[in-house]
Write a protein that binds this ligand. Sequence first.
Ligand SMILES: Cc1cc2nc3c(=O)[nH]c(=O)nc-3n(C[C@H](O)[C@H](O)[C@H](O)COP(=O)(O)O)c2cc1C
Length: 163
Amino acid sequence: MNVLICYTSKTGNTKEVALLIEEAFRSYGHAVKTIDIEHIFAIESLIHEAHLLLFGSYTWGNGQLPDEMRKLLRFLIKERNLPLPPVALFGTGDQMWPYYCRAVDEMEYHLRKVTTVLGTLKIEQSPRGHQQHLPTVFVQQLLEEVDRFVIGESKIARAVASK
Ligand SMILES: Cc1cc2nc3c(=O)[nH]c(=O)nc-3n(C[C@H](O)[C@H](O)[C@H](O)COP(=O)(O)O)c2cc1C
């Protein structure tokens, strides 16, 4: 299965989660590309070959989805109207803020309108230390969801079946 992980990260926490997710998918034999969302046109072309798409974001302001993620989602969904494979969402945040990891909820809100959301993961700040296992558990759960996600001629069903 081809997995595409698109992330945005200001201070590195969300990038760390993205890399741990990448490592976990690789350990199960999947092909993974991880890309910073500043490369918006590269993402547009990579999406065509992706069977599973992940978006990762920090939360900013007072529960805000960062502008660059809002712009990417608008570009993919509204401007390009791309057919999206199933997605999963992850984010890092800080429980000190009233809207903890709200970017994950907002991405889910937008993406549920156009595709299936297979799972979400929220991590408090850095994934190092006692949270290090969470990305791997997330990937295991996603792979189970992917197995269940059988719809007719779905690309994902064929990719999993041919593994
Ligand atoms: C100005 C500012 C606003 C923030 N607002 C929120 C927020 O509303 N909700 C939240 O969960 N975290 C909030 N955070 C915490 C960040 O989302 C958190 O530190 C995150 O791990 C940063 O991710 P990054 O290292 O990938 O940039 C805020 C941090 C800063 C500096």
